[in-house]
Design a protein around this ligand. Sequence first.
Ligand SMILES: Nc1ncnc2c1ncn2[C@@H]1O[C@H](COP(=O)(O)OP(=O)(O)OP(=O)(O)O)[C@@H](O)[C@H]1O
Length: 261
Amino acid sequence: MARPNAIILTDIATRFGTHWIQRHLDLTIHCGEILAIVGGSGTGKTTLLRAMMGLVPIAEGQMIILGKNPQALNLREQIALRQRWGVLFQQGALFSALTVFENIAFPLREWGHLTRSEISDLVALKLQMVGLQPNDAWKLPAELSGGMVKRVALARALAMEAEILFLDEPTSGLDPIAAAEFDALLRQVHRDIGFTVVMISHDLDSLAATADRVAVLADGKVLTVGPLTEIQQVDHPYIREFFHGERGERLLTSLRATGEC
Ligand SMILES: Nc1ncnc2c1ncn2[C@@H]1O[C@H](COP(=O)(O)OP(=O)(O)OP(=O)(O)O)[C@@H](O)[C@H]1O
């Protein structure tokens, strides 16, 4: 049986005023996969991610997300749909005046259907899921390391049992060890829960560690989409540049050594 799709973008366009960012873009994201979006600076990766979340209007074409066309829904149905995904922005974007506990509890309280003790239990569960200690709950974001901020942001994004997780450069600002730890955590949580992940990343190590497929944006469209080992064979200036730096060469050597390439 064919795999169900989490998101289907058909011939879509996005723009700011008269500036077209994407045109005639097609992309299908399968349920349960980790799909990474890469592309040069300004190719519209963030715009595309925001369009999927309904934060940037889709000027042309059609999107189906979790089986629904958001443009055909009324406001109440749109709000209900948006509760089915979580998002982690580049800097983690925690509320700086709120403790870790309050940050994770925030979407649960907004939802308004849970008792205080249910919220406490859920926050404790999410903290454990992302590898934080119970006493971290009472810390403020300023007291956390960069890696811990990302973990709390991940816990908050997943607080509502998200079916899709949108990540915008989740490892940016982390040192290589913290970035690798975050990638391992993402893979682990993804394996345990099985949601769909759509993430933007510039980091080849991170892509190799996490992504099932990679979509390359260029010229306002998806140039190619597939496993990393397939897309690196596509002959395009951006792909050559992306893979042929020092890290790219190192990664390809290690993929060849493990027989994946
Ligand atoms: N709110 C906005 N208003 C007007 N133009 C915008 C807005 N947001 C983004 N743009 C423009 O859209 C284009 C794509 O931006 P976007 O941030 O989506 O690219 P990106 O591929 O994510 O870039 P980067 O890798 O540098 O983060 C850029 O030309 C940018 O200036």
